[in-house]
Design a protein around this ligand. Structure first.
Ligand SMILES: NC(=O)C1=CN([C@@H]2O[C@H](COP(=O)(O)OP(=O)(O)OC[C@H]3O[C@@H](n4cnc5c(N)ncnc54)[C@H](OP(=O)(O)O)[C@@H]3O)[C@@H](O)[C@H]2O)C=CC1
Ligand SMILES: O=C(CO)COP(=O)(O)O
Length: 340
C-alpha cells in the first residue's frame, strides 16, 4: 500500500489496552469509534467517559464514541485496530471480514494482541489473513512492545513497534500513534515481533512465581536471560530474525512484563507462587492472562520441533500437569551443566 494519513479508525475491544489506545488516538486528533460487545459499557463510556472494570479512575476523552454495533464501528474507517484477547481474534475477524465484504471496503488492519492460537499455533496476523479476505484489507500491521495500559493512560513515556512486511503500512501506523509521550518504531519482521510479544508472557508468569515464592533479583535476572535464550531459539526456528528479540518487542517487552506490578501475567505467576490455585487466579484477575494459553502452544511447538525450552516446559508442567512449583524449580536447577 502507499502511505496514508489516517483521520478515522475503529478500535475493536474496550478492555484495558483497547480503550487506552483509542484514547491516545482521539488525543492525536483522530475520529475514533470503539466497539465492545457489552451494551452497559457503551453507555458508561459514552455518558460517564469511564471504563470502571478495566481502568478504575481514568477519565476518557469525551470525543471517544463507543458502540456495540460492529458494522457501525467498522464501516467507513481507514484503519481497524483489533485489541481483543487472542482466543477471540478469529471469531471477531470473521465477523469483520463479512462486514467489509458487504460494504466492499478495504481498510488497513492493525492488531495489538499478544498470543498464539491454541490448536493451530498461528500468529495473530496469520489468523487475520485467513479471516479477512485480501480484497478487503489494505495490509496487516502488528503493534507491540513494552506498554502497560495503566502507564499509557497517564501519558508516561512509551516506545513500541509497528511491524509489517509492508513498510508503508507500518509507517502509516507509526504516524497515527506518534505524539510527545508515545513513540513508534517500524519493523519489517512481523514474525519476530508477534512471537516476542506472545512468548514473553510465558516468562513473565515464571518471574511472578519466583517473586511469590520469595526469590530475589538474581533468580529473576537468570530467568529473564535464559528465558530470552529459549524463546528466541523457538522464534528463530519459526522464521523470526534473531535481532528482533533484542528490540522493543523482544527484550523490551520481556523486561517490562517480568518486572512490572501492572502485568497480568506477572501478577498471575505471583499468586501461583503464593499457592493460589490456577482456577482462582484466573477468576480473580477479571482480565486476560495470555501467557497461560501461549505456554501450551509454545510447549507443543517446542515438542514438535524438538527445541529445548526447559523454562517453558517447567511452566507447562505446573499449569497443565499438576507439578509443584518448587519441584519444577528444583528440576530446572538439577539439569546437567551446560555452556551458555
Ligand atoms: N493491558 C495491557 O496493558 C496490554 C495488553 N495487550 C494485549 O492486548 C490484548 C487485549 O488485552 P487487554 O485489553 O489487556 O484485555 P482485557 O481483558 O483488559 O480486555 C479484553 C477485551 O476484549 C473483550 N473480549 C474478550 N473476549 C471477547 C470475545 N470473545 N469477543 C469479543 N470481545 C471479547 C472484552 O470484553 P468483555 O469486557 O465484554 O469481556 C474486553 O473488552 C491481549 O492480547 C493483551 O496481551 C498488549 C499490550 C498491553
Ligand atoms: O504486554 C504487556 C506489556 O507490554 C501487558 O502484559 P500483561 O498482559 O502481562 O499485563
Amino acid at each position: 500500500m502507499t502511505f496514508l494519513k489516517i483521520s478515522k479508525a475503529a478500535v475493536i475491544g474496550a478492555g484495558s489496552w483497547g480503550s487506552v489506545l483509542a484514547n491516545v488516538l482521539v488525543k492525536n486528533g483522530l475520529d475514533i469509534k470503539i466497539w465492545t460487545r457489552e451494551s452497559k459499557q457503551v453507555t458508561e463510556l459514552n455518558e460517564q467517559h469511564t471504563n470502571h472494570h478495566y481502568l478504575p479512575g481514568l477519565k476518557y476523552d469525551e470525543r471517544l464514541v463507543a458502540t456495540d454495533d460492529l458494522a457501525a464501528a467498522v464501516n467507513g474507517r481507514q484503519v481497524i485496530l483489533l485489541v481483543v484477547p487472542t482466543v477471540a481474534i478469529r471469531s471477531v475477524s470473521q465477523k469483520i471480514g463479512k462486514i467489509l465484504q458487504t460494504s466492499n471496503e478495504r481498510p488497513l488492519i492493525v492488531h495489538a494482541s499478544k498470543g498464539l492460537e491454541l490448536g493451530t499455533h498461528k500468529r495473530i496476523s496469520e489468523i487475520i489473513a485467513e479471516e479477512i479476505p485480501e480484497a478487503n484489507r489494505a495490509g496487516i500491521v502488528a503493534l507491540s512492545g513494552p506498554s502497560h495500559a495503566e502507564e499509557v493512560a497517564r501519558q508516561d513515556i512509551t516506545l513500541i513497534t509497528a511491524a509489517s512486511a509492508d513498510v508503508a503500512a507500518a509507517k502509516t501506523v507509526q504516524k497515527m500513534f506518534m505524539n510527545d509521550f508515545f513513540r513508534i518504531y517500524t519493523n519489517q519482521d512481523i514474525i519476530g515481533v508477534e512471537l516476542g510479544a506472545a512468548f514473553k508472557n510465558i516468562i513473565a508468569l515464571g518471574a511472578g512465581a519466583l517473586n511469590g515464592l520469595g526469590y530475589g533479583d538474581d533468580a529473576k535476572a537468570a530467568l529473564m536471560t535464559r528465558g530470552l535464550a529459549e524463546i528466541s531459539r523457538l522464534g528463530v526456528a519459526m522464521g523470526a530474525k534473531p535481532q528482533t528479540f533484542i528490540g522493543l518487542s523482544g527484550v523490551g517487552d520481556l523486561i517490562v512484563t517480568c518486572t512490572s506490578v501492572h502485568s497480568r501475567n506477572w501478577r498471575a505467576g505471583n499468586q501461583l507462587g503464593q499457592g493460589v490455585p490456577l482456577a482462582d487466579v484466573i477468576k480473580n484477575m477479571g482480565m486476560v492472562i495470555e501467557g497461560i494459553t501461549t505456554n501450551k502452544a509454545a510447549y507443543e511447538l517446542a515438542q514438535q520441533r524438538q527445541i529445548e525450552m526447559p523454562i517453558t516446559q517447567a511452566i507447562y508442567q505446573v499449569l497443565y500437569q499438576g507439578c509443584d512449583i518448587k519441584q519444577a524449580i528444583a528440576n530446572l536447577m538439577q539439569r546437567e551443566g551446560r555452556s551458555e
